[in-house]
Design a protein around this ligand. Structure first.
Ligand SMILES: Nc1ncnc2c1ncn2[C@@H]1O[C@H](COP(=O)(O)OP(=O)(O)OP(=O)(O)O)[C@@H](O)[C@H]1O
Length: 705
C-alpha cells in the first residue's frame, strides 16, 4: 500500500491542504491591505473592513468604495459590493463602544443609533431602484452594517449587523444568485448610478506588496477557518433559482408598488402570481417592523412557499408567517383564549343524520339524490358566506359558481337541512371548519389590532370562502399595502364562490393582471386551455372572463402531450409505469402523478411501490428536493409545478349516467371537474401524460378537447 492512500495519509493530505489554503488567504489579506492603504477618504476602520472584503474580489466579487449618494451633494455610501451572492450596501462603523441591539433599537455606549439604520435603509432603497433597471428584485439587495474591530453577527429588522471578523465568511456563504456576467452588468450599472465620491483609484493599485515579515497579518479578526468553511459550504449548495432574483418588469412593478388599500393580482395559470406574492412579502417585510402573514387555502403549500422564501430572502424570512387559513385561524383563536372543538368526523356524522331526517325524500332529491351536493351547499354557500338567516339565503341571493337554479321551495328545504345539521352539530359539541373561520372573524372584528400583522398576502384566493377573505381583511382593514389578494378564478377547485365587493373589499384601481406564462410549453397549455375553453367564469372582482384567455408564452414550441387510451385499467396502469420507467430515476424527482381523489392517490402509491418506483406524497413535500416521484391529488398540486406530469384516468366522469342528477347539477359538477383537470394539466412544464381506459358503461362525458 503506498503512502497517502490510507486514512492517516488522507488526513495528512487534508491538513496540508488546509495549511496551504490558510497561507494563501493570509497572503491575499496582506495584498488587500496594501491595495486599500492609500484610500484616503477612509478611516482606519473602513480600511480594515475594505481589506477583508477585498479578498472576495478574487472570487468574482466587485467592491465599489466610497460612492456618492445620488441626489445629494455631500452624503456618501461607504461600499457597494456585488458578487455571486447578490448586491450588498455596506455602511462601516468604527465605534468606540460595542454596538448592542435590544427591543428593535441599535445602541452603543448608551446612545441610540437608530438614525444610522434609517440612513442605511434609505440608501439601500436607492440601490434597489438602480438595479431594478437590470430586472433585479429588491430581495437581491441587502443592507449590511459592518463594525470595524468587532466580532458579531446579528440583525435588526432587515439590516444585518456583522463584525469585521464575520463579514467575509458571511458573504462567501451566501448562496449563488448572480452568474459572472450578471455580476459584471449589475456592478457596471451601480458604478454609474453611484459615482465615485473621491478619487479611489488607489483601490485598483497593482503594485505587489513587499513580502516582509512585518506586513504578515496576525489578526484575530481574520477568520481563516470561517472563510474556508464558508467556501466549502457555498461550493456544496446549488445556485438559487433565477426567478428568486430576476423578475419581469411587470412583476417588479407590482412587487415595489405603493398601494393605497387592498389590491389584487390575477392572471392565468403559470404567469408568476406566486412569484410576485413571495417577492412582495419579502419586500414588505423589509419595509415594516410588523410581521407579514402569507396565507393559502391548501395546507401543504405554506411549507413549500416558506422554503422558497428562506432561499430567496433569508434575512427577512423569519418575519413572514406562512400558514394555511384554517391552521392560522385555529391558532389565532387559541392565542385569544377562545375554546374550539374542531372535529371533522363528528361534523360529517351530524350532517349524515340531518340528511337522513331532513334531506332524503324531500324536493332536494329531485335535483340530486346524493347528499354531497347539499353538503357543499351548506359548506360553501350558507356557512362559507356567513349566512345566518333564511331571508339572506332566499332568492334573489346569487349563488356564485352554482349553476343549478334553486327555487324558493328548494331553498326552504336546504334551510331545514342546514338547521338540522346545526342542531346535531351543537348537540355533539363540535365545530366544523367553517365555524372556526366564523369564530375567528368575530374575534378579529371585536378586537381590531389583536394581531401583529402589518400586511397580509393571500395566495390562491379563489379557493377561500367569503368568511375566510373577510377574516383576512379584518386583520389589516383598508390600510395602505395591507391586503394583497393573489389568484385566478379559472383555477377554482372548490364549489361556490363570492365577490370581493360583497365582502366590503374594494380593489378598484388596484387590480393588475399578469399575462406572460413562464411555466408551460405551448402544446401543454393549448391542451389545458382546450378543456376549459367554453367555461367562462366571473372572477372574484366581478370581471366576466372567457375560458380561453390570451397568454404570452415564454417557452414557444416544445413540450409533449401523450394521450394513452387503454382497453382495461390494468393495461392503463402498465402504460403509466412504462412512461415513468422511460423517464428514468434521474427525472423522477421532478415528476408527478396526480389523481382526482385521495383514494386514487393511495391506489397509485401502491402501484408505484410494487413496481419499485420511489414516491413521496405532496403532503410530505416541503419544497426541498427529494428523490422519487411526487404523488398527490389535484387539490394538493395547486400552486406547484413539475417537469413531467402524469394524470392517470384523467377523464373519469364527474357523474354516472342515469344516477338521477338534475342537468344543472351535473353541468356544474362537470365544470368543476374541468377546472380541476385544468389546474392539474397546467402543473406540467415539459411533458404531460394523459391516461384513460374503457369503462363498462362508457365515459359518461367528454372532458378534454
Ligand atoms: N420572472 C420570472 N423569470 C423566470 N421564471 C419565472 C418568472 N416568474 C415566474 N417564473 C416561473 O414561472 C412559473 C410559474 O410561476 P408561479 O407559480 O408564480 O405562477 P402562478 O401564476 O402562481 O401559477 P398558478 O396560478 O398556475 O399556480 C414558475 O416556474 C416560476 O419559477
Amino acid at each position: 500500500m503506498s503512502t497517502g492512500t490510507g486514512a492517516g495519509g488522507s488526513a495528512w493530505k487534508r491538513a496540508q491542504e488546509a495549511r496551504r489554503h490558510e497561507r494563501e488567504l493570509r497572503e491575499q489579506l496582506r495584498a488587500a491591505q496594501w491595495e486599500v492603504r492609500n484610500w484616503e477618504a477612509a478611516s482606519e476602520g473602513e480600511r480594515k473592513v475594505a481589506a477583508k472584503l477585498h479578498i472576495l474580489t478574487r472570487r468574482g466579487w466587485r467592491l465599489l468604495l466610497d460612492r456618492r449618494w445620488p441626489g445629494t451633494r455631500a452624503a456618501n455610501v461607504d461600499m457597494l459590493l456585488v458578487g455571486p451572492g447578490g448586491v450588498f450596501v455596506i455602511d462601516v462603523k468604527n465605534w468606540r463602544h460595542a454596538p448592542e441591539t435590544a427591543d428593535g433599537h441599535l445602541t452603543a455606549g448608551g446612545r441610540v443609533c437608530d438614525r444610522e439604520i434609517g440612513k442605511l435603509l434609505k440608501v439601500t432603497r436607492l440601490a434597489e431602484n438602480a438595479v431594478s433597471a437590470r430586472n433585479l428584485s429588491p430581495v437581491a439587495v441587502q443592507p449590511l452594517m459592518v463594525f470595524a474591530g468587532r466580532s458579531l453577527d446579528t440583525a435588526l429588522g432587515a439590516v444585518r449587523l456583522l463584525g469585521e471578523r464575520e463579514v467575509t465568511p458571511a458573504l462567501m456563504a451566501e448562496r449563488t444568485r448572480l452568474r459572472p456576467f450578471e455580476v459584471k452588468a449589475v456592478a457596471d450599472h451601480l458604478e454609474s448610478a453611484f459615482p465615485a465620491y473621491e478619487d479611489t483609484s488607489a483601490r485598483t493599485g497593482t503594485t505587489a506588496p513587499p513580502a516582509t515579515a512585518a506586513s504578515v497579518p496576525d489578526d484575530a479578526l481574520f477568520d481563516v477557518e470561517g472563510i474556508r468553511n464558508a467556501a466549502v459550504e457555498a461550493a456544496r449548495s446549488a445556485p438559487i433559482e433565477q426567478w428568486m432574483t430576476f423578475l419581469h418588469p411587470d412583476q417588479l412593478a407590482l412587487v415595489r408598488r405603493d398601494w393605497s388599500g387592498p389590491a389584487r393580482v390575477s392572471g392565468p395559470a403559470g404567469t408568476g402570481k406566486t412569484v410576485v406574492a413571495l417577492h412582495r412579502a419579502a419586500y414588505l417585510a423589509r419595509r415594516t417592523s410588523g410581521r407579514i402573514l402569507y396565507v393559502t387555502f391548501a395546507n401543504n403549500l405554506p411549507r413549500v412557499q416558506g422554503t422558497f422564501l428562506k432561499a430567496m430572502a433569508p434575512a427577512v424570512a423569519d418575519r413572514v408567517d406562512f400558514h394555511s387559513l384554517h391552521a392560522w385561524a385555529g391558532r389565532f383563536l387559541r392565542d385569544r383564549g377562545v375554546t374550539t372543538r374542531l372535529d371533522h368526523a363528528k361534523a360529517v356524522d351530524a350532517f349524515s343524520r340531518a340528511w337522513q331526517s331532513h334531506g332524503r325524500r324531500t324536493v332536494l332529491e329531485t335535483l340530486d339524490p346524493a347528499p354531497g351536493y347539499w353538503q357543499e351547499e351548506i359548506d360553501y354557500v350558507i356557512k362559507g358566506r356567513g349566512i345566518t338567516s333564511f331571508e339572506q339565503y332566499a332568492p334573489p341571493l346569487r349563488r356564485e359558481r352554482r349553476r343549478t337554479t334553486l327555487r324558493r321551495t328548494h331553498r326552504e328545504a336546504v334551510w331545514a337541512l342546514y338547521q338540522e345539521y346545526e342542531r346535531n352539530r351543537v348537540a355533539k359539541g363540535v365545530h366544523d371548519f367553517n365555524d372556526i373561520l366564523s369564530l375567528a372573524l368575530d374575534e378579529a372584528l371585536a378586537h381590531p389590532g389583536a394581531t401583529p400583522y402589518a400586511s397580509v398576502v393571500v395566495d390562491e384566493v379563489q379557493d377561500l370562502t367569503f368568511v375566510g377573505v373577510r377574516l383576512l381583511h379584518a386583520l389589516v382593514g383598508d390600510a395602505a399595502n395591507g391586503l394583497l389578494l393573489v389568484g385566478d378564478g379559472q383555477q377554482a377547485v372548490y364549489p361556490g364562490g363570492f365577490r370581493l365587493s360583497d365582502a366590503g373589499i374594494d380593489v378598484r384601481g388596484r387590480g393588475q393582471v399578469l399575462r406572460r406564462n413562464y411555466r408551460n410549453a405551448k402544446e401543454i397549455l393549448d391542451a389545458a386551455l382546450a378543456v376549459v375553453a367554453d367555461d367562462s367564469f366571473d372572477d372574484i372582482d366581478g370581471t366576466p372572463t372567457a375560458g380561453r384567455r390570451d397568454v404570452d408564452l415564454t417557452y414557444g414550441d416544445g413540450g409533449r402531450v401523450t394521450r394513452v387510451t387503454a382497453p382495461t385499467r390494468a393495461e392503463h396502469d402498465e402504460a403509466l409505469l412504462a412512461a415513468l420507467r422511460a423517464l428514468g430515476p434521474g427525472a423522477w424527482p421532478d415528476s408527478a402523478v396526480l389523481c382526482r381523489t385521495g383514494a386514487e392517490r393511495e391506489r397509485y402509491r401502491r402501484l408505484l411501490t410494487r413496481a419499485g418506483i420511489p414516491a413521496i406524497t405532496l403532503e410530505q413535500y416541503d419544497g426541498h428536493p427529494v428523490p422519487g416521484v411526487k404523488l398527490g391529488s389535484y387539490h394538493r398540486a395547486k400552486g406547484l409545478e413539475f417537469k413531467h406530469v402524469h394524470l392517470p384516468d384523467h377523464d373519469a366522469p364527474a357523474t354516472a349516467p342515469g344516477d338521477g342528477t338534475d342537468d344543472g347539477v351535473a353541468r356544474e359538477r362537470r365544470e368543476l371537474h374541468r377546472s380541476q383537470l385544468f389546474v392539474a394539466m397546467t402543473r406540467a412544464r415539459d411533458t404531460l401524460w394523459l391516461g384513460s381506459f374503457g369503462r363498462p358503461h362508457g365515459r359518461g362525458e367528454r372532458l378534454t378537447g
